[in-house]
Design a protein around this ligand. Structure first.
Ligand code: TTP
Ligand code: MG
Length: 385
């Protein structure tokens, strides 16, 4: 069987770099894309010149400006970034149909068996990096490895313009010196729990056996056990154009308590909202799904005047549907939330501008900073209070 090659590609300082292309006078200067400091905004993207001053994403813009007063702060222009993202994806698809976009500026490619047509995966990766720079003017960092986990970590290690190849069989050795937080599934809480066991690097983690990890981390311990050894067999998933996005959960024990159901609904709404924002989608229809203990399943939905990608809005609608639809005498086995009727960014902008809804804007800013923290520290880092 052909050796598996997975490539992960991520643009360097994506939003800030696009701004530099559109205004070449910005090149090399400390550029920050984010909300202005007056609005308690945070940095979405910082150019590498700005990072030299200690500026990083998710940092409050006000703090960034204290570190680097000469920084140029620009408001995000999502439509433009989406265009560049689409151009990048189009180039990737020229090489293989096995492209999995992860967010606007990053994707996985499965290059297994590509040699016949494109030369070695290394050559292909280099060519890709060069083409993106010549044709789009954007630099990307690439990780190339036998699986997604290792490729993704590798692409982040030598930014900007990084290229890190992890040879087959050397995955564990490559990961060993890295901090445990680099692994999927290891957020702040898990890292703290591990450090109590004297474990701070992936190598130390790999010395633990599965039973120890399961005892400490629960079911997730087994995933972490495999990741620590550089093992990950997840496939590159080719996405169809999505029409809806949903999350559902089956309870270990059937639930009749409204409070418990609402709490789960909030967690699901947050998860759906995060996925929407990562994909740059907003939807107008919110759907609730309930399955009772006897497996009878019902769905209810509501369509709003304006699209959303906010957990709070999704939750409020779903919770209202729950109160209306639920038969309180029966216990619930499964609950789910979905969002559909997606709208394009352009229309969304005008709707939001027209609405002039200060609360929506405030929620959006909060959500963006929450996303950034989640990206960094994993889902477990934040739960709404
Ligand atoms: P990243 O790839 O995380 O950041 P980056 O491209 O700016 O910098 P790096 O060189 O470290 O890759 O995210 C891509 C873009 O997505 C980023 O330019 C800004 C935006 N973004 C948000 O607005 N909110 C978020 O929560 C995240 C993760 C990114
Ligand atoms: Mg990036």
């Amino acid at each position: 069987m052909a050796r598996r090659y997975i490539l992960h590609l991520d643009f360097d300082a994506f939003f800030a770099s696009v701004e530099e292309i559109l205004d070449p006078a910005l090149k090399g200067k400390p550029v920050i894309v984010g909300a202005p400091p007056g609005q308690r905004g945070v940095v979405a993207s910082a150019s590498y010149a700005a990072r030299a001053f200690g500026v990083c994403s998710a940092m409050p813009t006000a703090q960034a400006l204290r570190l680097c007063p000469q920084a140029i702060v620009l408001p995000p222009r999502h439509k433009v970034y989406q265009e560049y993202s689409a151009r990048m994806m189009a180039i990737l698809f020229e090489y293989t149909p096995l492209v999995e976009p992860l967010s606007l500026d990053e994707a996985f490619l499965d290059l297994t068996g590509c040699e016949a047509r494109w030369g070695s995966p290394q050559e292909l990766a280099r060519e890709l990096q060069e083409r993106l720079e010549v044709e789009l003017g954007l630099t990307a960092s690439i990780g190339l490895a036998s699986n997604k986990l290792v490729a993704k970590i590798a692409s982040g290690l030598e930014k900007p313009r990084g290229f890190v190849l992890v040879p087959h069989g050397r995955e564990a050795e490559f990961l060993a010196p890295l901090p445990v937080e680099k692994l999927w599934g290891v957020g702040e809480v898990t890292a703290r729990s591990l450090s109590e066991m004297g474990v701070s690097t992936v190598g130390q983690l790999a010395a633990l056996n599965a039973t120890q990890l399961e005892a400490r981390l629960g079911r997730r311990g087994l995933d972490v056990y495999r990741y620590a050894r550089g093992l990950d067999d997840r496939a590159v998933v080719v996405e169809r154009a999505e029409k809806s996005l949903s999350r559902e959960v089956t309870f270990a024990e059937d639930v009749g308590d409204r409070k418990v159901l609402r709490k789960e609904l909030l967690v699901l709404s947050e998860s759906v909202a995060l996925q929407l924002r990562k994909r740059g989608l907003r939807g107008r229809t919110i759907k609730l799904k309930l399955r009772y203990s006897d497996f009878e399943t019902l769905t209810r939905q509501v369509t709003m005047g304006a699209p959303t990608d906010l957990a709070q809005v999704i939750f409020e609608q779903a919770a209202r549907l729950l109160d209306k639809a639920r038969d309180k005498k029966r216990e619930v086995r499964l609950i789910g939330v979905g969002v559909s009727k997606f709208e394009t960014e352009e229309r969304q902008l005008s709707l939001f501008e027209g609405a002039g809804d200060g609360r929506v804007e405030k929620l959006r800013r909060l959500s963006q900073s929450v996303d950034r923290i989640r990206e960094r520290y994993g889902d477990e880092a934040i739960r709404r209070g």
